[in-house]
Design a protein around this ligand. Structure first.
Ligand code: C5P
Length: 221
């Protein structure tokens, strides 16, 4: 093991979007650059942790010193996360698509006189909730994200309970903030013990602070 505040710890992190195929050329996705999740993976590795990063389709590079599993869909992401357990910590930063089409078309859907196709959507598994409520392999510390455009704290607090998380990193992703796809982030840390407001920081600095918070929480045992 490498030295550092997370030496000997194993962390599984999700990052990026998922793509849910409609047909061989089309998909449903959420917006996500993967920058914040990848930065947390890099920071955790630099802090000495063994890091498994489960990454959806992103255009940024794999962080150094990290085991990266590349996936496309939410179901693949869940399977990769479950395969990476047991772990001390889970940080679920991916923007997972909430829905997928019930049955993916084998061939490209053609435009035609019948008009636009109706998409029959079904819900994807909730990876954070699966990990946070896992009966046998729940990590000691489970961290989720809440990207919201309104009612930030109320939504983040509800997520903490519903998904069995210990911490929610909440951020306002209204378009005017520039956070989505950008290099800076303004977050609030929502825990049962209370809420912390962090200043506007580069995503790498937010990642360092999240890793310090994780080390602190694990250390308190
Ligand atoms: O419910 P919502 O998508 O806003 O919750 C966000 C949090 O839940 C994030 O941590 C995200 O990674 C996680 N999530 C997940 N699987 C889903 C949906 C969200 O892990 N299907």
């Amino acid at each position: 093991t490498r030295p550092g505040p997370l030496a000997g710890r194993r962390i599984v992190i999700t990052s990026g979007p998922t793509h849910e195929p409609i047909d061989p050329v089309r998909y449903i996705a959420n917006r996500s650059s993967g920058k914040q999740g990848h930065a947390i993976a890099a920071a955790a590795a630099a802090a000495g942790a063994t890091v498994v990063l489960v990454a959806g389709p992103v255009t940024i590079a794999d962080p150094p010193g990290v085991m990266v599993v590349h996936v496309e869909t939410a179901r693949e992401m869940l399977a990769a996360v479950e395969a990476a357990l047991p772990a001390d910590v889970a940080v679920m930063a991916a923007a997972v698509a909430d829905w997928r089409v019930a049955s993916e078309a084998d061939e490209k859907i053609k435009k035609g006189p019948a008009g636009a196709p109706a998409l029959n959507l079904v819900e994807n598994p909730d990876i954070l909730a699966t990990v946070g409520r896992h009966p046998t392999l729940r990590p000691r510390l489970v961290v989720g994200f809440a990207a919201e455009t309104e009612n930030l704290i109320a939504n983040a607090t509800a997520k903490l309970e519903r998904k069995g998380a210990d911490l929610i990193v909440a951020n306002d992703v209204s378009p005017e903030t520039g956070i989505m796809g950008g290099d800076r982030n303004t977050v609030r840390i929502v825990a049962r013990e209370g809420i912390e407001d962090w200043p506007d920081l580069p995503k790498a600095a937010v990642a360092d602070r999240i890793v310090a918070l994780i080390a602190d929480r694990l250390g308190r045992a």
